[in-house]
Design a protein around this ligand. Structure first.
Ligand SMILES: Nc1nc2c(ncn2[C@@H]2O[C@H](COP(=O)(O)OP(=O)(O)OP(=O)(O)O)[C@@H](O)[C@H]2O)c(=O)[nH]1
Length: 207
């Protein structure tokens, strides 16, 4: 959950998706600016942190990169529970990975935090000649499910910083909305107390 203080926000972020979709590669591109053609498959999950500057605020991402292999599926709730945002990743060259991504979205809708911000990342956009999932399909699915959609490439860095920037902006927007509604309820409470304070002597005098 996002926490606030001195314009600093800390937010838990989780990456989900089929094995080989490019979750680790996207995170490593963002955190270290690196890409490896021979990225090893994640075991269990991996944890990374990265700080991003947004206008006057700073956001520290605690990033959980989960393992896509089916045998680790049951561990996933540990990582998406309490997350402020989830990025569901698929590989544009694999229809199976798109089908798997939709299953993740359904699971998050059923079992995730109701305020979870969800992004759909169509990765490996550099492999256009091998594309199996049209961009419109990903975009339409994302729209139908209230998610933001972005085509990325961990290899060329296309839209990777932009993805994290958008996540940060959404988290910040929600944080500001919370702060405003908290202020509004405090004002309402003060007003009720004030009215009660005035009415109390009248009520005791006349009744
Ligand atoms: N061409 C291309 N290859 C990519 C891209 N992203 C990842 N890869 C490659 O795809 C393979 C799998 O990438 P990973 O980042 O390990 O995928 P993952 O989703 O973390 O996989 P699991 O850990 O098994 O769940 C690696 O060989 C990467 O080099 C990309 O944007 N373009």
């Amino acid at each position: 959950m996002a926490r606030t203080g001195n314009h600093n926000v800390q937010a838990k972020l989780v990456f989900l998706g089929d094995m080989g979709a490019g979750k680790t590669s996207l995170v490593l591109r963002f955190v270290k600016g690196q890409f490896s053609e021979y990225q090893e498959s994640t075991i269990g999950a991996a944890f990374f942190t990265q700080v991003l500057s947004l206008n006057e605020a700073t956001i520290k991402f605690d990033i959980w990169d989960t393992a896509g292999q089916e045998r680790y599926h049951s561990l996933a709730p540990m990582y998406y529970r309490g997350a402020a945002a989830a990025v569901v990743v698929y590989d544009i060259t694999s229809m199976d990975s798109f089908v798997r991504a939709k299953k993740w979205v359904q699971e998050l809708q059923r079992q995730g935090n109701p305020n979870l911000i969800m992004f759909l990342a169509a990765n490996k956009a550099d492999l256009e000649e091998k594309r199996k999932v049209p961009a419109e399909d990903g975009d339409q699915y994302a729209k139908e499910n209230g998610m933001a959609f972005v085509e990325t490439s961990a290899k060329t860095a296309q839209n990777v910083n932009e993805l994290f920037y958008e996540i940060g902006k959404k988290i910040q927007e929600i944080r500001i909305r919370w702060a405003r509604s908290l202020m509004a309820s405090k004002q309402l409470l003060n007003w009720i107390l004030y009215v009660q304070w005035w009415l109390h002597p009248l009520v005791t005098t006349f009744f």
